[in-house]
Design a binder for this molecule. Structure first.
Ligand SMILES: [Fe+2]
Ligand SMILES: [Fe+2]
Ligand SMILES: [Fe+2]
Length: 427
């Protein structure tokens, strides 16, 4: 019997896992083994117990990782509200299942999942949302996903309540057996808990066995032409979604990752880099700020300059980008670039204070595009500045902070051209 998955599926799997981490909405939860990862793992264990086909189990894992992706369309202030939601606010949160379904439907690799994500809040007795379907009208995969999601959510601390103990969460699942959940699946959750197959802090032994069977491919040669299109083809929609999620987590930087990517690709092209280097610059631009999820919103939202303790947290975000992206085996080089995107030639950057020769040339490109977009777009503690200011900043730092030749490429490009470049690539 064929076990494991194709190389391509593995890359997708890793991308979605990293996306699940970035997507996490409860950062006071366990830092490395978060809600979305636990839901994905539990879905695999139950899917295996039910004897679902391996393709469905793989998809169920993905669905577990990104089931709440539609929350990127919900006003962040509502998601962060500590008091009870108003009726309208509650309705807009419920919208996340529809939005999530639409996001998945737009990505070829995830289109099968679009129904599952849309229906992950449906209930066995038809009292869920958005379509109020019931019983076996709900696909069995969704019956698993919704029960596991609820079971794990109960044990995850929320803004308005503490976490439930494992025993109390189990009690609620049993109480809602036959109303919210398929009774057989509720029983499987009890069984799984009894056997210690559900672990809040780490992957269980059982999951690790099943991971080998369904989710891992041993052969990991991405080949020389990986970056030149073959390996990357088809991954772009996921990577763009990744960027959208990163930006959505911080409303004020909307489109930032995409613009940094477009500009970095442009500079790499004009500088005469190879095709694979150009693509790496583009992808690193999309993902460079993945680690920003590590910075608490209260700090990013401040209307004044951060204090020294807060700067310390901000300065660590490139390291977090590195750790998140390094989990994707085909993205190790990208991870290394993102780690250096705030380093400066004279050693005045962060997090390490590297000197020119030790900074990856592609990280030097991202540094320029990132600075440019940060100045020209609005930040919480600073009003939007003009293109003139951005050109001046880069010009003043040429050879000292920013690579002279690469910086000059940007300085030689008039604003009208840059605006058109963005407009051509952002619909
Ligand atoms: Fe949800
Ligand atoms: Fe950054
Ligand atoms: Fe950035």
């Amino acid at each position: 019997m064929k076990t494991g998955i194709s190389n391509r599926s593995q890359i997708l799997n890793e991308c979605l896992k990293a996306l699940g981490l970035v997507l996490e909405f409860d950062l006071n939860d366990h830092p490395t083994h978060q809600h979305s990862v636990r839901v994905g793992e539990s879905c695999v264990i139950i899917g295996d117990k039910l004897g679902l086909p391996s393709k469905k189990i793989q998809q169920l894992y993905f669905a577990g990782l990104i089931h709440d992706i539609g929350k990127i369309g919900v006003d962040i202030n509502i998601l962060r509200k500590k008091s009870t939601l108003t009726k309208d606010e509650y309705i807009s949160v419920q919208q996340h299942s529809i939005t999530g379904g639409r996001i998945a439907a737009a990505i070829p690799e995830l289109s099968d999942l679009s129904f599952w994500i849309r229906w992950h809040h449906e209930k066995w007795d038809g009292s869920g949302y958005p379509d109020k379907i019931s019983g076996n009208e709900i696909p069995v995969e969704v019956q698993v996903l919704s029960a596991v999601d609820c079971f794990d959510s109960l044990q995850t601390p929320r803004l308005d309540r503490d976490r439930y103990s494992l025993a109390d969460a189990l009690k609620i699942i049993i109480e809602q057996r036959g109303t919210s959940f398929n009774p057989d699946i509720a029983d499987l959750i009890c069984d799984m808990t009894d056997k210690g197959e559900f672990k809040p802090e780490e992957s269980s032994e059982r999951f690790l066995q099943l991971e080998k069977k369904y989710l891992i491919n041993d052969a990991e040669d991405h080949g020389d032409n990986y970056w030149e299109g073959l390996g990357m083809a088809g991954l772009y929609p996921i990577l763009r979604l990744f960027a959208r999620v990163i930006d959505a987590k911080h409303g004020y930087t909307q489109g930032h990752s995409t613009r940094v990517s477009i500009l970095s690709k442009f500079i790499a092209e004009k500088a005469g880099f190879s095709t694979s280097e150009i693509i790496k610059a583009e992808v690193a631009g999309l993902l460079h700020d993945a680690g920003k999820i590590s910075i608490p919103h209260e700090i990013l939202d401040k209307k004044h300059d951060p204090d020294s303790r807060e700067w310390e947290m901000i300065k660590n975000h490139p390291l977090h980008s590195f750790h998140i992206l390094n989990k994707i085996s085909s993205m190790n080089e990208i991870a290394a670039i993102t780690k250096q995107h705030h380093e400066r030639l004279d050693g005045s950057g962060y997090p390490v204070g590297l000197l020119e020769d030790d900074i990856d040339i592609l990280a030097q490109i991202i540094a320029i595009s990132d600075t440019f977009d940060a100045i020209t777009s609005e930040r919480s503690y600073r009003k939007q500045s003009s293109f003139d200011n951005a050109y001046r900043e880069i010009k003043n730092g040429l050879g000292r902070l920013y690579n002279r030749e690469l910086g000059k490429i940007l300085l030689d490009t008039p604003p009208v051209y840059i605006r058109a470049l963005f407009d051509n690539h952002i619909s």
